[in-house]
Design a protein around this ligand. Structure first.
Ligand SMILES: N[C@@H](CCC(=O)N[C@@H](CS)C(=O)NCC(=O)O)C(=O)O
Length: 204
């Protein structure tokens, strides 16, 4: 084992990569190195100038980021069914779902980071905008839940991870209320080892 994944337990982007490692059977080939990107003395920028997790350190010491690139490169390293479909409508659909899942995480992180600022620097409007985006995405997924059916892709994994991130950081949304089809879909996803074994500590 010589590849290393710099990741934190709570990062949804890192969770997506860890789920891909399990789905592809590559989890035994990559060592997870716990990294807090917010620690003032972190050496993460020496591997990734963005200073973000996940960052994959390859055999030759070179680094890969961000999560979408890491997932696609890992997907080229195994012999099973591809999580990134070949060119065509299936790929377009998978990449769109991937963008939706990642974008939902972006919005929730934007909101959470704002709540961590001193009260006088916080913006209620900004926080409300992020939550409105999230609600809109949840409603969209509920209406289009059939898009999530079919073979597992990087897109459906990303949506499942995003819903898990709402359980961790946006539990007050009670997203399952009002989104019963999406909740049922996620309950099935939660049976998969890649989702069950990567659940962030402290999530519902
Ligand atoms: N688009 C990136 C997002 C990565 C990201 O924002 N990671 C967060 C943790 S959840 C981070 O490391 N933030 C530290 C920072 O922005 O300084 C990806 O998909 O990998």
């Amino acid at each position: 084992m010589s590849m290393k994944l710099r990741a934190s337990h709570t990062s949804p982007y890192a969770r997506k990569v860890r789920a891909v490692l399990i789905e592809t059977g590559l989890d035994t080939s990559v060592e997870i190195v716990d990294t807090d990107p917010w620690a003032p003395d972190t050496d993460l920028p020496s591997d990734n100038p963005l200073g973000r997790v996940p960052t994959l350190i390859m055999d030759d010491g070179s680094s890969l980021y961000d999560s979408r690139v890491i997932c696609e490169v890992l997907d080229g390293m195994h012999d099973g069914d591809r999580l990134y479909p070949a060119e065509g409508p299936d790929r377009t659909k998978a990449l769109s779902l991937l963008a939706l899942g990642d974008g939902m995480c972006d919005s929730l992180i934007n909101k959470v980071m704002d709540t961590r600022r001193p009260q006088e620097l916080q913006s209620a409007d900004w926080q409300a905008r992020q939550m409105a985006t999230l609600e809109r995405c949840l409603d969209h997924l509920e209406r289009n839940v059939s898009q999530l059916e079919g073979p597992l892709t990087i897109g459906t994994l990303a949506i499942s991870v995003a819903l898990g991130y709402i359980d961790l950081r946006g539990a007050d949304l009670s997203w399952r209320d009002g989104h019963p089809k999406l909740a049922a879909w996620q309950a099935t996803m939660e049976q998969r080892p890649s989702i069950a074994e990567t659940r962030p500590p402290g999530s519902t």
